[in-house]
Design a protein around this ligand. Structure first.
Ligand code: HEM
Length: 258
């Protein structure tokens, strides 16, 4: 039952994180007109009613699920660390919630983004097979690199540096924003290598469908990343890029156990 609740809570967290990213990117003016002149100083953006409502409903669903799962795992003496981490992440996110309306507050953007990832990771861990507390090194590398990419990508967005390196593969005029882009690309290559390594293990254990699904998410991730950096960025595209990263991260923590 805890695993079912964790899958439900994890799905709601994925949706909540993606919606929060969309609102943050829209507030920051990603893809505003005339791009990039208005970037970082766009017209004020208020989320539409459906987004505000969906955000509230998802947040309540996540909170209720995490509190229930934490109480249950405490009584059953199983998954206490992951459930405690999820509870701490929810409390932290609720505490910084009122500050998160400004997309340029670097520390708050990062705490919000990574808090959402910690919550997702804890729920993905609870959703995974019980009694297996070790992780395949390849899956651990995928999860760690995805988390690093989230921190680095969040910094690119909080510093309004999405347009700092539109050339591929390297930036013609390196500056602090471009350096963040180059680090992001290097980490993405490392993640793809780790994913290939993990996929081999998945194929060996008869999980070909999972390996295929991960390859599809990784390919979509490359497309959305390149389009955001080099093409015409937009809040929906950037939110989809973050969502792909979250899927890889959650899959590694839930399926990479042994
Ligand atoms: C599989 C590899 C990749 C992963 C897991 C990944 C993950 C992420 C994540 C989680 C974010 C933060 C999203 C947010 O702010 O909500 C991000 C941002 C970003 N990524 Fe990637 N990324 C990958 C590959 C790439 C590639 C190849 C490029 C471009 C060549 C790219 C370009 C960007 C840019 C420009 C941002 C900042 C804008 C934004 O926040 O969406 N990414 N990435």
């Amino acid at each position: 039952m805890i695993r079912v609740a964790a899958v439900f809570g994890g799905a709601c967290t994925l949706a909540l994180n993606a919606l929060s990213a969309w609102i943050r990117h829209a507030r920051g003016g990603l893809g505003c007109e005339p791009w990039p002149a208005c970037y970082g100083a766009p017209a004020p953006f208020e989320p539409p009613l459906w987004a505000a409502l969906a955000h509230r409903v998802l947040a309540v669903a996540v909170l209720a699920t995490v509190v229930w799962a934490a109480a249950r795992s405490w009584r059953r003496r199983t998954g206490r660390v992951a459930a405690g981490l999820a509870l701490a992440a929810v409390a932290g996110l609720a505490a910084i919630g009122p500050l998160s309306g400004d997309p340029g507050r670097e520390a708050v953007v990062l705490a919000n983004l990574l808090g959402g990832w910690v919550l997702l990771g804890a729920l993905a861990w609870l959703a995974g097979p019980t009694g297996r507390d070790g992780m395949r090194p390849s899956a651990l590398a995928v999860a760690a690199l995805a988390f690093l990419l989230a921190a680095n990508g969040g910094l690119i967005s909080a510093r309004f540096a999405v347009d700092a390196c539109p050339a591929l593969p390297l930036c013609p005029a390196p500056d602090p924003g471009a350096t963040l882009h180059l680090a992001h690309r290097a980490a993405a290559i490392a993640l793809l290598a780790a994913l290939g390594w993990w996929s081999r293990a998945l194929l060996r254990t008869g999980s070909g469908a999972a390996a295929l699904a991960l390859a599809a998410v990784a390919a979509a991730q490359l497309v959305t990343g390149v389009m955001t950096a080099a093409g015409t960025p937009g809040p929906a595209l950037a939110a989809a890029h973050g969502l792909g990263g979250q899927l890889l991260f959650a899959a590694a923590l839930a399926l990479g156990r042994r």
